[in-house]
Design a protein around this ligand. Structure first.
Ligand SMILES: Cc1cc2nc3c(=O)[nH]c(=O)nc-3n(C[C@H](O)[C@H](O)[C@H](O)COP(=O)(O)O)c2cc1C
Length: 169
């Protein structure tokens, strides 16, 4: 699968094959891809919580009601920002940097045959704080990524909108 096919083939998946196990090496490929994303000044203001514990995954669905697909997913990867890494060095680019890392993670998962769903937390402060408490972290939980073996094949939802492009030749 080349990059162009991966971009066009990716879908948000909300039904997964229950009980599928993701090997550690596949998580590491996804996380390596995430960490190869561009970031402002290459400050890499992110950390990743890889959650396969069912009780914790259930707890995430209680913190964030739009993550119900975690009930069948194999894992939740919580992507957290590290705003302090950028203080005094550059602007608060960390949500953008984390977004780039997330998209890389989704595309690597697609290449490995997994489905994903990006579920936003930030800028909902209440949900982010509850997630900080759940995982005892100081970083800022920005998104939860459901990962698993797809059990549905949704149609593409992304599309080109030429009217949203202005060319300046
Ligand atoms: C920042 C962000 C937050 C999102 N939050 C959720 C969410 O909480 N729950 C969910 O089911 N999907 C969520 N999505 C997935 C979008 O609904 C999905 O990407 C969009 O409908 C396009 O579908 P596609 O990903 O299949 O192209 C989110 C996507 C982004 C980028």
């Amino acid at each position: 699968m080349n990059i162009s096919e991966g971009i066009r083939g990716r879908r948000s998946i909300r039904k997964y094959q229950e009980g599928a196990v993701i090997p550690r090496e596949d998580f590491e490929k996804m996380l390596e891809a995430a960490m190869m994303a561009p970031s402002a000044q290459n400050l890499r203001p992110w950390e990743f919580l890889v959650v396969t514990n069912r009780e914790l995954m259930e707890a995430i669905t209680e913190v964030s009601p739009y993550t119900q697909m975690l009930k069948t997913a194999s894992a939740a990867i919580v992507v957290c920002g590290l705003p302090k890494v950028q203080e005094g060095r550059c602007g608060a680019f960390w949500p953008q940097d984390c977004g780039a890392a997330i998209e890389n993670l989704l595309l690597e998962a697609e290449a490995l045959g997994y489905g994903t769903c990006w579920c936003g937390l930030y800028p909902n402060e209440e949900r982010a704080q509850k997630m900080q408490q759940l995982f005892s972290v100081d970083s800022v939980p920005l998104a939860v990524i459901a990962v698993g073996v797809p059990a549905e094949q949704p149609a593409a939802r992304g599309y080109f909108e030429p009217e949203k492009v202005k060319y300046f030749a």
